[in-house]
Design a protein around this ligand. Structure first.
Ligand code: CAA
Length: 257
């Protein structure tokens, strides 16, 4: 499938979707978001792919929702726009999704990165929710995911006062997994993606589901879900394979079944 606003390619078992509006610092409009989600869903459905990456370019992961496209919007046009609903499609992706972030990850761009499962950042990455400077506030998860990631006090500063987090600050506060030199951020994300993509696929999928349940439920329900998913894995071929491989001191050969 060909796209107008994104580029896609694969590297082994990793599917990579790159936002490609460099002149607008990868600002996210409805077309970009729909193409991005369509590409991710295609990778998600492809058995040859085990892990997904969303990236931008060195200067910008994405500098936010497209302000020019929103400037004349009304509440009803925003309600009817398919734009922000696209973030919900990301939540339905069952394979791990890594954001490989360099440069600006602002507003909707920061919200997109935070909606991924992991973030690899370049040293130049900057995370922020500067919507307050436009007379609005985050609308695609910024108040919720930023607060869960960095805590209430800092989230207030980021959202209410437009404070940016450097890559190292973002790592310090637990928003990103690791920070690497600019020239390595995509390679590092692909390396992590390859490692995860080589693991037992059903176990990876259910483990992702269990971790994400932390944000949706209380501890007792989360523990109960975890236990049911754990027991369920004993019905898989890969559980027998993984334990037999350990006992017989050989590498496992995962079947994804
Ligand atoms: N929407 C539309 N266009 C954007 C954009 C955005 N979010 N961010 C940058 N651009 C465009 C600029 O308009 C400019 O285009 P022109 O050359 O045609 O003028 C081009 O990208 C380059 O940008 P700058 O010249 O501004 O580059 P800079 O290096 O001086 O500044 C920046 C970079 C600090 C990121 C600055 O562009 C900026 O502040 N951008 C806006 C960031 C922002 O407010 N994001 C939140 C958007 S609202 C949102 O996301 C809502 C939500 O929660 C869903």
């Amino acid at each position: 499938m060909s796209y107008d606003h994104i580029l896609t390619h694969t590297d082994g078992r990793v599917g990579i979707a790159q936002i490609n509006r460099p002149k607008a610092l990868n600002a996210l409009n409805a077309d970009v978001m729909m193409e991005l989600m369509t590409a991710l869903e295609a990778f998600n459905a492809d058995e040859a792919i085990g892990c997904l990456i969303i990236t931008g370019n060195e200067r910008a992961f994405a500098a936010g929702a497209d302000i020019k496209a929103m400037a004349e919007a009304t509440p009803v046009s925003m309600l009817n726009s398919p734009m922000i609903d696209q973030w919900d499609r990301l939540q339905k992706i069952t394979k791990p999704v890594i954001a490989a972030v360099s440069g600006y990850a602002l507003g909707g761009g920061c919200e997109l990165a935070m909606a991924c499962d992991m973030i690899i950042a370049s040293e130049s990455a900057q995370f922020g929710q500067p919507e307050i400077n436009l007379g609005v506030m985050p609308g695609a998860g910024g108040t919720q995911r930023m607060t869960r990631a960095v805590g209430k006090a800092l989230a207030m500063e980021i959202v209410l006062n437009g404070r940016f987090l450097s890559a190292h600050e973002a790592q310090h506060y637990g928003l990103v997994n690791r920070v690497v030199p600019v020239e390595l951020y995509l390679d590092e994300a692909i390396k992590l993606g390859q490692q995860i993509a080589e693991r037992a696929p059903v176990a990876v999928r259910l483990a992702k589901e269990a971790i994400n349940a932390v944000f949706e439920t209380n501890l007792q329900s989360g523990l109960s879900l975890e236990r049911r998913l754990f027991y369920m894995l004993f019905a898989t071929v890969d559980q027998k394979e993984g334990m037999d491989a350990f006992i017989n001191k050989r590498p496992p050969d995962w079947k994804g079944e």
